[in-house]
Design a protein around this ligand. Structure first.
Ligand code: G1P
Length: 278
C-alpha cells in the first residue's frame, strides 16, 4: 500500500526555548525565513506524501494559520515586489491536505502518535519530528530514503545515526544485525539509556515509517522512561513479534530542539542559501 500520510507530533511545550515558546509554538521557530515545521512538510512532499496529520495542543494555532491562505496579506501584497516571497508556501499548500487533532495531556511521544489514529486510519504512515531538521544536499531526503526501503521490506522503519557514546541518554538506541549496507534488523531498542547501558551508539532520530498495527501495540504499552508512553517501547514489542528495521540515512541532521543545533542549522542553511537572502 502506498504511503500518503505523514504525522507530525507538535503538541510539546518547547521548554528548552523559553521564553520565546511562551506564546509561540516551537515548530514555528524560523530557520532563515521558514518555520521549522515547513522544512518537515517539504521533506514529506518530496517523499511523495500529500496528507499532513498534525497533532497539536493549546497555543498552537499559528501552525494552522501558516498552512492556510491569509486573505488580508494576499490582498496587500498582490502586484507588489514582495509577492514572490509567498510563492513557495503557496505551492506547498496547494500540494497537500492538512488535518489536525489535539493531544490534551502530554503523555509522551507514543501517546502523541496514538492520538493520530483518527487521522491515519489503517494504513502505513510516516512520522516526522520537526525538531530534527534533516538535509541531504546530495539527493533524496531522509523520508524518501526510508520510503524506498519500506517498498522493499513492508515493515516499520526507524532512522538512525551514530552518536558519541556519551550522548546515548538523549535518544532511543537500537541494537541489530546489519542485513544490507546501512540497514539493520532491530533486536533491541532502549529509550534514552545511560552510556553504560546503551546497546550501541546507533541513535534513533525523528523519522519513522510505521505500520498501522502500531496503534494497538501503543494502546497496550505501559508508561516507560520518565513515566511517558514511549514509541521506542512500542516498536520494541513490534520487533519481538515481527520485524522492525533501522536505516542509517544519508544526510545531515540538526537537533533544532536545542539552541546549539538550532544555531548550527541556521548557519548551515544560510551558507547554502546566502544569495537568495541578500
Ligand atoms: C524522541 C524519541 C527518541 C528519539 C528522539 C529523536 O525523544 O523518544 O527515541 O531518539 O526523539 O529526536 P525526544 O527528543 O522527543 O525527547
Amino acid at each position: 500500500m502506498k504511503i500518503s500520510k505523514c504525522l507530525f507530533p507538535a503538541a510539546g511545550y518547547g521548554t528548552r526555548f523559553l521564553p520565546v515558546t511562551k506564546a509561540m509554538p516551537k515548530e514555528m521557530l524560523p530557520i532563515l525565513t521558514k518555520p521549522l515545521i515547513q522544512y518537515g512538510v517539504e521533506e514529506a512532499v518530496e517523499a511523495g506524501l500529500d496528507t499532513m496529520a498534525i497533532i497539536t495542543g493549546r497555543g498552537k494555532r499559528a501552525i494552522e494559520d501558516h498552512f492556510d491562505i491569509s486573505y488580508e496579506l494576499e490582498h496587500q501584497i498582490k502586484g507588489s515586489s514582495k509577492e514572490h516571497l509567498l510563492d513557495e508556501i503557496r505551492s506547498l499548500i496547494s500540494k497537500c491536505t492538512f488535518t489536525y487533532t489535539r493531544q490534551i495531556e502530554m503523555k509522551g511521544l507514543g501517546d502523541a502518535i496514538f492520538k493520530g489514529k483518527v487521522l491515519i486510519g489503517r494504513e502505513p504512515f510516516a512520522v516526522i519530528l520537526a525538531d530534527d531538521l534533516c538535509i541531504n544536499e546530495d539527493g533524496n531526503g531522509v523520508l524518501s530514503q526510508m520510503i524506498t526501503l519500506y517498498q522493499k521490506y513492508k515493515c516499520s522503519i526507524v532512522a538512525i545515526m551514530e552518536v558519541p557514546k556519551e550522548e546515548t541518554y538523549k535518544y532511543g538506541v537500537i541494537e541489530g544485525k546489519e542485513i544490507e549496507d546501512g540497514v539493520y534488523m532491530v533486536s533491541n531498542m532502549v529509550e534514552k539509556p545511560e552510556p553504560s547501558e546503551a546497546p550501541s551508539n546507533l541513535a534513533i532520530i525523528g523519522r519513522y515509517i510505521l505500520t498501522p498495527d502500531i496503534f494497538d501495540i501503543i494502546n497496550k504499552t505501559k508508561p516507560g522512561k520518565n513515566g511517558e508512553i514511549q514509541i521506542t517501547d512500542a516498536l520494541m514489542s513490534m520487533a519481538q513479534k515481527g520485524m522492525v528495521l533501522a536505516c542509517r540515512f544519508k544526510g545531515k541532521r540538526f537537533d533544532c530542539g536545542s539552541v546549539d543545533g538550532y544555531v548550527e542549522a541556521t548557519n548551515h542553511l544560510y551558507a547554502l542559501e546566502k544569495d537568495k537572502h541578500i
